[in-house]
Design a binder for this molecule. Structure first.
Ligand SMILES: Cc1cc2nc3c(=O)[nH]c(=O)nc-3n(C[C@H](O)[C@H](O)[C@H](O)COP(=O)(O)O)c2cc1C
Length: 309
């Protein structure tokens, strides 16, 4: 029997995304042929980030305004794949800018008619990003057959601090009182449990049933509070992205003042308003319990309905 052919299509700045996918595939790597294709912006994003450059990518990320990408290699575009693993991260509650740029590019046709599993690796906010990805997949007629989400399991404020240290100083490892940034080592290792079920569903031609099994294996942990918080975040980011873009495009000196204002307010919102907004989110959750339960089922599923978030 010919080995199934799998394409890992991903963007990762630090390499964390590649680690995740390699862990997922670790038990099946001899059973399948794997090709890797990195989505690469023509102008790479450098780690560590300069803070103003980091916040300057928000408006275009939120408004899905693409950056230029290097084309995918010809040999990847000509190959037939049985399965694509699409690995991506969240930036400002959206797919990272290289990913949304790719999904709008001609090369995205590689996904048309293909079975695709999305693998998300982020701090903890992935819901709205996946809605955007699902919408592009629908247009591309890509067949979403599974979703696996790995997040930093530390408390929210701890993961904010460690992600700041990681992004702005390039330090991922534990230091002082703070743990290592990103997805915790044990969660990373345990991702290997998804490999065999994926292989089995692929070779037995029953990928339509895969996601149900992935969910039983705990592929998605979703707290209802996240739905409330992401709704708030996306509403604010949309307003700020317009306000900043009124002054110019990416990196324009005229918009720097507004970018810096956004940066400061976001930091205040996270560290000072966060306890208050967690409390009001809690109240909101009590009032909307039934709706949030149905929302939770929806966000764990592969269904797509416009404007759920
Ligand atoms: C510009 C930028 C914005 C980010 N915004 C978010 C976010 O809104 N929510 C979140 O959970 N993680 C956010 N992250 C963290 C990423 O999702 C991810 O965990 C980290 O960048 C490592 O991914 P990598 O595989 O690309 O290296 C952001 C990262 C960057 C660089």
């Amino acid at each position: 029997m010919m080995k199934p052919r799998v394409l890992v299509l991903y963007y990762s700045q630090t390499g964390q995304m590649l680690d995740i996918v390699n862990n997922i595939l670790s038990d099946v790597k001899d059973k399948v042929t794997i090709d890797y294709a990195l989505i690469e912006p023509v102008k790479p994003y450098k780690l560590p980030w300069k803070p103003n450059e980091f916040f300057d990518v928000m408006p275009e990320t939120v408004q899905l305004i693409p950056v230029e990408l290097k084309p995918l290699p010809q040999e990847i575009k000509q190959q037939e794949y049985d399965l694509v693993i699409f690995g991506y991260t969240s930036w400002f509650v959206n797919p990272s800018l290289p990913i949304s740029s790719f999904l709008q590019s001609k090369d995205a046709e590689i996904l048309s008619g293909k079975n695709v599993i999305t693998v998300i690796g982020c701090r903890n906010m992935w819901l709205h990003g996946q809605e955007v990805v699902k919408r592009y997949f629908k247009d591309l007629k890509a067949n979403l057959v599974g979703n696996i989400v790995l997040t930093d399991s530390n408390p929210n404020l701890i993961s904010v601090l460690t992600v700041i240290r990681w992004m702005f100083k390039g330090k991922k490892e534990a230091s002082g009182m703070l743990p290592a940034a990103g997805i915790q080592e044990q969660d990373m290792k345990r991702a290997s449990r998804f490999g065999m079920p994926i292989y089995r569903h692929l070779t037995e031609n029953k990928l339509a049933l895969l996601h149900k099994e992935l969910l039983m294996l705990g592929a998605i942990h979703l707290k209802s509070g996240l739905i409330v918080l992401e709704r708030r975040a996306i509403t604010n980011f949309r307003k700020w992205s317009k306000f900043i873009r009124d002054k110019g495009g990416p990196g324009a000196p005229e918009r720097l003042g507004r970018v810096v204002l956004f940066k400061r307010l976001l930091i205040v919102a996270i560290f000072i308003l966060s306890p208050i907004s967690s409390f009001t989110a809690f109240i909101q959750m009590q009032l909307q319990k039934r709706k949030l339960l149905s929302d939770r089922e929806y966000f764990k599923s592969l269904d797509y309905e416009a404007n759920r978030l």
